[in-house]
Write a protein that binds this ligand. Structure first.
Ligand SMILES: *[C@@H]1O[C@H](CO)[C@@H](O)[C@H](O)[C@H]1NC(C)=O
Ligand SMILES: *[C@@H]1O[C@H](CO)[C@@H](O)[C@H](O)[C@H]1NC(C)=O
Ligand SMILES: *[C@@H]1O[C@H](CO)[C@@H](O)[C@H](O)[C@H]1NC(C)=O
Ligand SMILES: *[C@@H]1O[C@H](CO)[C@@H](O)[C@H](O)[C@H]1NC(C)=O
Ligand SMILES: *[C@@H]1O[C@H](CO)[C@@H](O)[C@H](O)[C@H]1NC(C)=O
Ligand SMILES: *[C@@H]1O[C@H](CO)[C@@H](O)[C@H](O)[C@H]1NC(C)=O
Ligand SMILES: *[C@@H]1O[C@H](CO)[C@@H](O)[C@H](O)[C@H]1NC(C)=O
Ligand SMILES: *[C@@H]1O[C@H](CO)[C@@H](O)[C@H](O)[C@H]1NC(C)=O
Ligand SMILES: *[C@@H]1O[C@H](CO)[C@@H](O)[C@H](O)[C@H]1NC(C)=O
Length: 494
């Protein structure tokens, strides 16, 4: 965000506060409906939907406000209209932890242990009864800027295995990061040093190439503060990778959210809706009020005992909210986020036995130069359809720019491999941007996460927060955070 627009927002927030002015007051009660619920949940992604289901089971009434026309946030499944083959392009895998089995079982969605089945041999056709995510290819490396082949310098296998063993030991000192951001005071220096420096400090650089490959969407992983890297590819990944990850049995993770939507109920779900004004501090009813612009029914007033906010808490997203001084102080610290986009394209015409990874010859660890595609990989279950995962170190590129840049890189690879130059057709394209909101290292050092965590239960036990900014960009861990941390706090007597 530019400094100028930040200042403008701060000024608006102050104005609203000092004059007690809000849309709610001047609109004089003229909205189509007032919806009273125990809990208003803002954001229908992994955190918001899981919380809604959990709260219903605790006999709370809820309403979910979601800006998209579907629930599930970063979970997107492409369904091939001809064969009905499905391809998950957003959230793909889940760790084998109890909250995952509980959530899927409750909604009667079948899971598959990805370690329990045989995948195809590279070069052999995909097994169409397995999720697309399990299609196996040969990895080749090339620099997508010019298409040249790259030989990565990789650690020896034993050195890598040794580094991962020691990584688990070091990470176990930070096991509290599996449950939010409740950090010790003072904050350990390890957590705000650049991740590259942290790996060098503990002689763990042999683990980096694999960590980089898994930590998609983390931008320049060598430079991000270590705390973010530890939370994304985390201690549980190290613990559970040997036990197998899980995915929806037919590679259709969206099914979880379709079922969850039915469980929550259409009358409790406002899709394509956004909060345009909040009055949480000064209502005659004493309840919290959110004025919501809905898809087809104009403005609705939500009146709740508690609010759970799960969207990225940027000042831009919270325009119209009566932010407290504490909220403002925390949310105004975000200086950047990464860019991350996913999709599928058809008609690439390259060899479908091979996944080409973007690597650079002269960068540390051969990491690709962003913004760029991470790789170009065939999905296997639909002919000549390819995953597109595009990353940037910041969120500034528009969706149209990303698409055109991705097409250009595909063309570069086609030329380098003497393939026919085609015009790829986009089957699906989704933005996960802004991905991973970040603050500066010195802000972490000075207690940013203490202040963030202290917001829970604000406004006299009425205001709660979940979602990536309050924990991590990882569905499984967000569900456990809801289950173990946020919902118990919401249920505790004030
Ligand atoms: C609370 O709301 C009332 C009525 O809308 C208004 O007159 C009053 O100034 C508000 N108080 C504060 C502290 O904003
Ligand atoms: C929810 O309500 C049902 C039916 O009244 C009751 O059996 C159950 O114990 C309640 N659950 C909780 C967690 O309060
Ligand atoms: C998943 O399958 C693997 C291989 O069969 C097995 O070792 C592992 O225990 C399974 N995981 C779970 C959580 O059942
Ligand atoms: C495809 O996968 C299914 C499920 O794991 C398995 O039962 C079947 O034997 C596999 N088919 C082939 C041809 O490998
Ligand atoms: C550093 O790690 C490598 C393996 O990653 C190991 O072979 C080497 O002995 C370690 N060096 C020290 C000083 O611990
Ligand atoms: C974990 O922290 C303790 C206390 O700070 C320290 O002595 C120990 O060396 C750390 N362990 C690892 C593996 O870094
Ligand atoms: C995948 O899940 C979606 C959402 O529940 C559903 O509409 C679709 O029919 C499913 N497709 C297949 C092939 O299972
Ligand atoms: C595709 O790539 C594989 C692996 O390099 C190779 O064995 C195969 O011959 C290639 N196929 C074609 C049609 O070039
Ligand atoms: C592409 O064609 C050029 C010129 O015919 C040839 O030199 C080059 O080796 C070919 N590259 C590949 C990857 O086949």
């Amino acid at each position: 965000m530019q400094v100028k627009s930040l200042l403008a927002i701060l000024a608006t927030v102050r104005l609203a506060a000092s004059y007690g002015w809000s849309v709610i007051d001047i609109n004089n009660g003229e909205w189509s409906e007032t919806i009273e619920r125990d809990v208003c949940i803002v954001g229908g992604g992994a955190s918001g939907v899981h919380a809604a289901v959990s709260l219903i089971d605790l006999n709370k009434t809820v309403v979910v406000v979601e800006r998209n026309d579907y629930l599930g946030g970063g979970t997107h499944t492409y369904v091939d209209p001809e064969t009905l083959a499905t391809v998950d392009i957003g959230v793909v895998v889940f760790q084998p932890i109890p909250v995952v089995f509980e959530f899927f079982n409750k909604l009667k969605v079948a899971l598959l242990n990805m370690s329990s089945v045989e995948v195809n041999k590279a070069g052999q056709p995909a097994n169409l009864s397995l999720p697309a995510a399990m299609f196996n290819t040969i990895r080749q490396d090339a620099d997508f800027r010019d298409g040249s082949e790259v030989t990565r310098s990789l650690p020896l296998e034993e050195a890598e295995a040794d580094a991962f063993r020691r990584l688990a030991e070091v990470y176990s000192n930070y096991s509290y990061l599996l449950y939010g951001y409740d950090l010790p005071d003072p904050v350990p220096e390890d957590l705000y040093m650049p991740f590259g420096a942290f790996l060098e400090k503990y002689n763990l650089t042999a683990a980096f190439p694999t960590i980089y490959q898994i930590s998609q969407g983390m931008g320049d992983l060598l430079q991000v503060s270590t705390i973010y890297a530890i939370k994304y590819f985390n201690l549980d990944d190290l613990r559970y990778s040997s036990q197998g990850y899980f995915t929806q049995a037919h590679g259709n993770n969206s099914e979880l959210y379709t079922r969850a939507g039915a469980y929550i109920g259409a009358s409790n779900t406002l899709l394509q809706s956004t909060v345009i004004s909040a009055n949480r501090k000064n209502t005659t009813s004493g309840r919290l009020e959110l004025l919501v612009s809905t898809r087809a029914e104009g403005l609705k007033l939500l009146s709740c005992k508690q609010i759970l906010l799960t969207i990225p808490p940027t000042l831009t997203n919270l325009r119209g909210w009566d932010l407290t001084a504490e909220e403002c102080a925390v949310f105004s610290q975000y200086i950047t986020a990464n860019g991350y986009w996913t999709g599928l394209v058809k008609n690439v015409g390259l060899n479908e036995t091979v996944a080409i990874f973007n690597s650079a010859a002269h960068t540390p660890f051969n990491i690709p130069v962003l913004p760029a595609l991470y790789h170009l990989s065939p999905v296997g279950v639909i002919d000549d359809v390819w995953w597109i995962k595009f990353a940037a170190d910041n969120p500034t590129m528009s969706d149209a720019q990303v698409k055109s840049y991705a097409e250009r890189q595909i063309e570069t690879m086609q030329r380098a491999r003497n393939a026919t130059i085609t015009k790829p057709e986009w089957l699906i394209f989704e933005s996960h941007t802004p991905f991973h909101l970040q603050v500066a290292p010195e802000v972490i050092k000075n207690g940013f996460f203490r202040d963030l965590t202290a917001l829970q239960g604000g406004l006299g036990g009425k205001m709660f927060y979940s979602g990536a900014a309050f924990h991590t960009q990882y569905s499984t861990l967000l569900w456990r955070f809801n289950h173990d941390v946020v919902i118990p706090k919401m249920m505790a007597p004030v």
